[in-house]
Design a protein around this ligand. Sequence first.
Ligand SMILES: [Zn+2]
Length: 359
Amino acid sequence: MLGGARRVIGVVVAASLLATIVPVGGVVAKETKAARIRECRDADAPPRFRRQLVTAIRISRDLPMAWVDSPNLRRIVCWQGTGYDQDFREAGTRFHVWHGVFAMTVREMKTIQGTWMTARRDAYELSPACFVHGWERCTRTTGNRDVIQQLIAGLRWIWLQYGNPRKAWRFIKRFGRFTSYPRLGTADAATTAPFRRCPVDRPVYYRDDFGERRTVGGYHPHWGNDVIAPAGRRIRAPFDGFAVAHRDNWFAGIWVTVVGKHGYARNVHLKKVVRVGRVETGDVIGLVGSTGDARGPHDHFEWHPWVAPFPLHQAPSGFRIVMDAIDPYPFLNRVCRSSSARAVADLLPRGYPERPLGI
Ligand SMILES: [Zn+2]
């Protein structure tokens, strides 16, 4: 009995010694990561965390209350290493500073700020100004408390990128950090050739409509290009990555995000999702449709690079960047080659609108 206890103590001492003399190096970094995952498997959260989650989810109006008791959220925060500290701040590269409970960057916060990024029309809008410039400069409402905004932002980011916390946990086990650019195993340099193939089987028609005016969910500039093709046409992963499906019933409809080494691409208004999870370039992930607020079949295609290339292409609308999305037009031109509007119109049903506006 005593011997057993001594042996256990011995193992613990050896393990903690090992932890203190961990040198820098690829193999050891991997071991440390594995140790962190093990440590976080049964992560404890401070008692206030659950209460704050309940408040945040209630205020958001678009996040599932079931997430409150998901052990994965506690695991994710533990894995991030923020220690539930609302003032957490960590500089990564010169591009990235991680903030708050979920260790998010300002760009990530901006990505999920607008109502058009939520599943509900009347959902709570976040204030990135508070996140960036400090809470004391914001209106004092329950929703504008720093921890509530951080929690909503983090939860929406999980919803946006992974669909649910369980998938997020699977993903971080594979790649490291779940938020923040860049993730482990992703590129830290900008690319001007992010796509290895056209996201929609040709012939397709698109033009440089990035930044054009859209009004669903409140005014916002168009985040991508509308790639027009008949309903049912195959949509394919433009690079190797991880595909995630989402759905709402008022603006984007059914949509699939592919998260890859250089950033993530989003395909919106799908008729159907074909495949999610690990995907390789060219895998069919969905079919062109007109769900959400689309007035005709097309793939609303967005490109969100981890690091934006310089100089950035400027669309005729004057926009170069909208939140963290940049104009995919010059990159689509490398892999798609737009057909004439007339040629594509022949493939479409009668009365197809010239500009199939959606989000
Ligand atoms: Zn669009």
